[in-house]
Ligand binder design. Structure first.
Ligand code: SF4
Ligand code: SF4
Length: 446
């Protein structure tokens, strides 16, 4: 009998069940666009076994095949043998950071992103000069003429994702205490996120309004920072632990009862649910369970008072399942269940719901070609449903989808749709004039 496979530094036996059947290949986003065995889960598992056996070195070429992995975990869902590829890639990523495995520019660019993205104040300082540019004819002209290409493909990829910057992006608007409406059903806190609070601040406000109207008090600690999802995804464990520890301290500093730590971005929720493994000492764990807000509302149910407020939104919505939601947290039915509560709203299903859109943390900035191809495929799949709107509950996916869908469909968070239907919070300014904004406007006029 063969001895169990133990990969250096990897969970013992994590790769053992792989029987090379290839069932994971059709769901793998990197294999989809690169069509190379080395860029598939099966190929990477084979490489890891060869490294363990001393037959292969983790040099720059081999490392590049791990860098093409999006960490979407579609292969984990697809694998009939129970291979924990998620554990394998998460344990491999820290080894890719060593000098010599990436170009000097790639290393510096990743470090720059990690010095900015997890810190809202730094991000805001960098974005401030761009307020006069985003959403203006100048931006449209720069994109149309290809001017942004002059700054290099990574900068061009960043610029392509840049949304119009709302005034709310530059300061947190929500107060510490957001009281429950009616009889109080519980007390929760909400992660504002780092990227989300700058690029889509409307999501947090809509989420808080929906929770309040459902009878939950929402406490927002003003000193909360990043959850560490971006650095976690890059295998930067020291930075992740620092950010996670600070966030736990901030949330645990809330006085009184706390029933849940809620998240409205699935990438963040996936990392926060992994704090049990990332943080080892007992005093650094949250004192309430981490839940996605949709998971939380599906468990507790929408209140009768809230249901009575919901007015028709006569529109069609294609649900986008973020990988860290569907594969990472097993959440698929809950967002649909909530959206079905909105009268006249019709849900549409895309053909390839489980395949990554190419966002994947900073993947669409550092592996921009593969990400752009995946973004185009996903946008075509979603728009082929004929839906006027796409629902996305992850900020990274939302930005990627907005870029690639263009004017084919608006992209909103399910909480924004619930808030709009309940007349609690207006739709984001960028959507004014769109079909869904008109529908919501008609609803308000009734
Ligand atoms: S990871 Fe699972 S699905 Fe993929 S080749 Fe191995 S056993 Fe088959
Ligand atoms: S995590 Fe996603 S991209 Fe990576 S091997 Fe699995 S399916 Fe492919």
């Amino acid at each position: 009998m063969a001895s169990p496979t133990t990969l250096p530094g990897l969970p013992p036996g994590a790769a053992d069940p792989c029987v090379h059947c290839g069932f994971c290949l059709p769901t793998c986003a990197s294999y989809r666009v690169l069509a190379s065995e080395m860029d598939s889960p099966r190929g990477r598992i084979h490489a890891l076994r060869a490294i363990e056996a001393g037959e292969l070195e983790l040099d720059a070429t081999v490392a590049s095949h791990f860098d093409t992995c999006l960490g979407c975990f579609a292969c984990v869902t697809a694998c009939p043998s129970g291979v924990r590829y998620d554990q394998l890639i998460e344990h491999t990523r820290p080894k890719l950071i060593n000098a010599g495995q990436r170009s000097a520019w790639q290393t510096s660019f990743r470090q720059l992103l990690l010095q900015v993205l997890p810190y809202p104040n730094r991000l805001r300082a960098l974005l401030q000069p761009l307020r006069a540019y985003t959403g203006t004819p100048l931006q449209a002209l720069a994109r149309h003429t290809g001017l942004t290409r002059l700054f290099g493909p990574e900068i061009e990829a960043m610029e392509r994702l840049l949304p119009p910057l709302a005034a709310e992006a530059f300061s947190d608007q929500l107060p510490l205490i957001n009281p429950a409406e009616g009889a109080c059903r519980g007390r929760v806190t909400l992660l504002l996120g780092c990227v989300q609070r700058c690029f889509d601040p409307n999501v947090s406000t809509a989420t808080v309004r929906v929770l309040q109207a459902n009878g939950f008090e929402v406490v927002i600690p003003p000193d909360q920072g990043c959850c560490g999802a971006v650095s976690h995804h890059q295998g930067e464990l020291e930075l992740t632990r620092r950010l996670a520890t600070d966030l736990v301290r901030s949330m645990n500093g809330i006085e009184g009862q706390l029933d849940a730590v809620l998240v409205a971005a699935s990438g963040c929720g996936h990392t926060m649910k992994a704090y049990g493994e990332l943080l080892t000492t007992e005093d650094t764990q949250f004192r309430a369970p981490v839940q996605d807000v949709q998971e939380f509302l599906a468990i507790h149910g929408l209140s009768e008072a809230f249901r009575a407020r919901l007015k028709p939104l006569a529109t069609t919505v294609a649900m986008h399942d973020a990988c860290h939601m569907i594969h990472g947290q097993g959440i698929q039915a809950q967002p649909r269940q909530l959206l079905r509560a909105i009268p006249d709203l019709q849900l549409k299903e895309a053909t390839e719901a489980g395949v990554c859109c190419g966002s994947a943390g900073i993947y669409n900035l550092v592996q921009y070609e593969e990400a752009a191809e995946l973004g185009r495929i996903k946008a075509d799949d979603l728009s082929s449903t004929g839906a006027e709107l796409v629902a996305s509950a992850n900020i990274g996916c939302t930005m990627q989808l907005r870029r690639h869908l263009g004017d084919r469909a608006d992209v909103l968070h399910p909480m924004e749709l619930l808030a709009a239907s309940a007349g609690l919070h207006p739709l984001p300014g960028v959507l004014k004039g769109s079909r869904i904004a008109k529908v919501a406007g008609e609803r308000e006029d009734r």
